[in-house]
Design a protein around this ligand. Structure first.
Ligand SMILES: Nc1ncnc2c1ncn2[C@@H]1O[C@H](COP(=O)(O)OP(=O)(O)OP(=O)(O)O)[C@@H](O)[C@H]1O
Ligand SMILES: [Mg+2]
Length: 330
C-alpha cells in the first residue's frame, strides 16, 4: 500500500507557527522510509497525521490514491500498524492478550486469535511457550519491543508506522532488532515509515531517508544520494559525522573518477573493480606494493585511470572533517 503526503501542514491550536509545513512525500508500496531530524522538527506529528491520530491543518494524505479523510479513523488504523517508543503494552494483560487485544475487540474467533498470536511470537523471536502468558514487566525492554512489533502485525496491516521504536534499547540489542525488523519488512513486503533521530539507524533501515528540519522536509533520497549530493547545508551538517565514515562504504571506487582527470595507461597499473566500495578499494590500494596508476574497470571494461595519489586524495577529501563536502552530482 502506497502513502502520499500532499502539501501537508500542521499548526497546533494556540501555537503561532506551523509545526509541519508543506510536506510532500511519496512512499511506494513495500518501501522502507526513515524520517529523521532534530528534536521537535515535526517527525512524530507527520507520522501521526498518517493514521489520523492528528488531523492536518491543510493538505491531504492518500493511501493507494485514496484520501484518508474519507476513511473512518478506526478502520484506517486496522490497516496501519503503529509502534511507539514506550511500547505501550497494557501491564495487566499477558503478552499474548496484548498482541491479540484488537482482534478480540473485533470478535475474531478465539482459536484463530490464539494461533495468530503464536505465529507472531515466533516471527519476532519470542518462543510462544515461554512468553505468551507472561506479563510485560516480566520481559526485558528489548523483548517488550518485540512484543510491540508483534502486536502491530496482528491484523496483518499493509502499512506500519514506527516512532523511535528502538530508543530505549541498548546498542547491541538495538542493532540486532534493527536488522530483524528490516528482514521482516522485506519478507512481508510491508510499507514502513520509521521515525528516528539516529542517522546510522536511518541509513541501515531506510530504502530512502527523509530529512526534516523545523517542520520542513529538506530532502528525500537514498543514503548514497544524500551523501553524494546533500541538497542543503543543514542536511550536510546533520549527516556530517556519520557521513565521513559512511562515505567509505557508500561511495564506490568508480565515484573517484568523477573528480580526477583520467591518466594514461601504465605497464604496472593495478586493476580495480569500479563497483567496489571506497573502503574495499582503499584496502586493495594500500596492499598494492607499486605506487602507480589505477585502472578502474567494470565488467572488464576500463572506465578510466587515476593515479594512486589521486585516489588517496579522493578518500581523504571524503573523510576529512575540515574539507568541504565534495559534491558529486550525476
Ligand atoms: N499537542 C501539541 N500542541 C502544541 N504543540 C505541539 C503538540 N505536539 C507537538 N507540538 C510541537 O510541535 C513541534 C513538533 O513536535 P513533534 O513531536 O512532531 O517533534 P519530533 O520531531 O517528533 O521531536 P522528538 O524527536 O523530540 O520526538 C514541537 O515544537 C512540539 O513542541
Ligand atoms: Mg517525536
Amino acid at each position: 500500500m502506497s502513502i502520499e503526503l500532499k502539501s501537508v501542514s500542521k499548526q497546533y491550536p494556540g501555537v503561532d507557527h506551523f509545526s509541519v509545513r508543506d510536506v510532500n512525500l511519496t512512499v511506494a508500496t513495500g518501501e522502507f522510509i526513515a524520517l529523521i531530524g532534530g528534536s521537535g522538527c515535526g517527525k512524530s506529528t507527520t507520522l501521526r497525521m498518517i493514521n489520523r491520530l492528528i488531523e492536518p491543518t491543510s493538505g491531504d494524505i492518500l493511501m493507494d490514491g485514496e484520501s484518508v479523510k474519507g476513511v473512518d479513523p478506526v478502520e484506517l488504523r486496522r490497516k496501519i500498524g503503529y509502534v511507539i517508543q514506550s511500547v505501550g503494552l497494557m501491564p495487566h494483560l499477558t503478552i499474548g492478550e496484548n498482541i491479540g487485544f484488537v482482534a478480540k475487540l473485533m470478535k475474531q474467533p478465539k482459536q484463530q486469535i490464539e494461533s495468530r498470536v503464536e505465529e507472531l511470537l515466533d516471527t519476532v523471536g519470542l518462543e510462544p511457550a515461554l512468553y505468551r502468558d507472561r506479563f510485560p514487566r516480566q520481559l526485558s525492554g528489548g523483548q517488550q519491543q518485540r512484543a510491540g512489533v508483534a502486536r502491530s502485525l496482528m491484523l496483518d496491516p499493509p502499512v506500519i508506522l514506527m516512532d523511535e521504536p528502538f530508543g530505549a534499547i541498548d546498542a547491541l540489542l538495538r542493532k540486532q532488532l534493527q536488522l530483524e525488523v528490516r528482514e521482516l519488512q522485506k519478507r512481508l513486503q510491508k510499507t514502513v515509515v520509521i521515525v528516528t533521530h539516529d542517522i546510522s539507524e536511518a541509513f541501515l533501515l531506510g530504502d530512502r531517508v527523509a530529512v526534516m528540519d523545523r517542520g520542513e522536509l529538506l530532502q528525500v533520497g537514498t543514503p548514497h544520494e544524500l551523501i553524494n549530493a546533500p541538497a542543503h547545508k543543514v542536511v550536510a551538517d546533520f549527516l556530517d559525522d556519520e557521513v565521513r565514515l559512511r562515505r567509505l562504504d557508500l561511495l564506490t571506487v568508480a565515484d573517484a573518477l568523477d573528480l580526477a582527470p583520467t591518466t594514461d595507461p601504465a605497464d604496472d597499473e593495478m586493476r580495480l573493480d569500479g563497483s567496489l566500495s571506497l573502503r574495499k578499494g582503499l584496502v586493495k590500494v594500500a596492499a598494492n606494493s607499486t605506487d602507480s596508476t589505477i585502472a578502474i574497470e567494470e565488467g572488464g571494461r576500463v572506465l578510466g585511470r587515476i593515479t594512486t595519489r589521486e585516489f588517496l586524495r579522493y578518500v581523504a577529501q571524503n573523510t576529512n572533517k575540515n574539507t568541504e563536502v565534495v559534491n558529486v552530482v550525476r
